[in-house]
Ligand binder design. Structure first.
Ligand SMILES: [Zn+2]
Length: 438
């Protein structure tokens, strides 16, 4: 059945106040249309359901507030983990479900008492989703080379920094998938285990009974591991344990909450790590964001000559070392025409949302101008020079400046190369990258 039909079925179920069916169709629409979250929210005069697709919320449907309470209660009862009579406190639940299209999903749900009624948000984890191979993630140019090189190292730490929903789980799994061979023992500690992968020993941590990332890391050393993935480094103890594992010959993957690869240095030092330990164990720090990809069907070139964002972007390239820039352009396969269209003529690609032939709403992106997402990656490769700078006590600011001058691809640079190739527009890039000055 087409996704559109499920929307019609959902509307029908709402008219009939059939709450079981409302949930069935809602989850199916969510999964089939690739939504990450479903919001069920009450307002003064009506209620609405929105879904987040490609990082942006879209309204799916509105319904009368008269049966909002039954919708929330039904979910609480079905979850078996929420108290239906408790309406004053936020509550959490994790449930498994199967969609009408026979896909197994996990839901992480939360209710929040608002000034009106409770709002319910469900995060969808689609377990049937395939993890793309590393080469399909958009790790282009020198970034692709850096990651390949680092995956070959027998020990050290590879960190991924991210804000929620930026695809870090996918990147980590793709990396593990790339080195997942019968000769190595890979053990992971996750919360939750989002995808099951053949050949990995995946453990779900349970902090309620004391099975934490830290205790997992401590015990795994007795499991004869080669490669370890620990879901997140949140405290000094886990960080130190990860560093110790790296020092004793293991390759350790993890994630940490920071905004950029360079900022991770400050964060790790503030957590209490010694800079010599950082210099001795860190191999690579990746920062990433997911940008909305330009819809290929309605994409067109537009002149942005006077757009402040364009002028800023141009300046970014003018600050780039000429030789390194030339190499990067070649590595990414950017053509002469693409380069001069952007740099000399001031053209970039943008989705119009209109079908180029009929000039009606674009059937591919439904008029939004974007379809799917593409990763923007920033990689800080811990080269010998950077290790030396850390040992010399140089600041994160100085190290970042040095790395950029020596060709590090940060989020902005990666995004701009992708804009030149017609994958991203400038609005998406500067949603993530602060414009300092023009
Ligand atoms: Zn389109």
């Amino acid at each position: 059945m087409e996704p559109q039909n499920y929307r019609e079925l959902l509307n029908k179920a709402i008219l009939q106040s059939d709450i079981v069916k409302i949930f069935d169709y809602l989850l199916t629409i969510g999964v089939e249309e690739g939504a990450s979250d479903i919001h069920i929210e009450p307002f003064e005069n009506y209620c609405r359901i929105r879904i987040r697709i490609d990082g942006v919320l879209l309204e799916l449907v509105q319904y009368p507030k008269s049966f909002h309470d039954s919708i929330i209660s039904k979910f609480k009862i079905e979850s078996g983990q929420m108290r239906p009579d408790e309406k004053r406190l936020p509550q959490d639940a994790r449930v498994s479900a199967i969609t009408q299209t026979n896909k197994e999903i996990d839901l992480r749900a939360n209710t929040l008492p608002t000034v009106r009624w409770e709002k319910l948000v469900m995060r969808i984890v689609d377990k049937s989703k395939e993890i793309p191979p590393l080469k399909d993630l958009g790790l282009e140019g020198s970034n692709g080379r850096i990651i390949q090189k680092n995956l070959q190292y027998p020990n050290g730490i590879i960190l991924n920094t991210w804000p929620t929903g930026s695809g870090k789980t996918t990147t980590l799994y793709s990396c593990l998938g790339d080195i997942n061979k019968p000769e190595v023992n890979i053990t992971t500690f996750e919360d939750p285990v989002e995808n099951k992968m053949m050949g990995l020993n995946q453990a779900q941590v349970r902090s309620d009974i004391g099975f934490t990332f830290l205790s997992g890391l401590r015990s795994v050393l007795r499991q004869d591991p080669d490669i370890i993935m620990v879901g997140e480094i949140r405290d000094k103890e886990t960080l130190e344990m990860a560093m110790e594992s790296a020092m004793t010959g293991h390759l350790v993957f993890s994630t940490i909450h920071t905004n950029s690869a360079v900022e991770t240095i400050t964060r790790v030092l503030n957590m209490g790590a010694q800079s010599f330990m950082l210099a001795g164990t860190f191999n690579l720090v990746i920062a990433q964001r997911l940008g909305r990809k330009i819809c290929p069907h309605c994409a067109t070139k537009i002149s942005v000559k006077d757009d402040p964002k364009y002028l800023y972007a141009k300046k970014t390239f003018q600050n780039f070392d000429k030789e390194i820039l030339k190499k990067e352009i070649l590595l990414r396969g950017i053509t002469q025409a693409e380069w001069s269209d952007f740099f000399t003529n001031g053209y970039i690609t943008q989705g119009t949302g209109k079908d180029p032939k009929t000039w009606e709403v674009c059937p591919v992106c439904k008029g939004i101008g974007y379809k799917g997402r593409v990763g923007l990656y920033e990689m800080m490769d811990y080269t010998d020079n950077i290790r030396m700078m850390l040992l010399d006590g140089k600041s994160a600011f100085e190290i970042g400046k040095y790395a950029l001058a020596n060709g590090m691809i940060d989020l902005e640079r990666d995004g701009l190369f992708k804009a030149i190739q017609g994958k991203l527009d400038l609005n998406e890039i500067y949603r993530f990258v602060k414009i300092q000055e023009i």
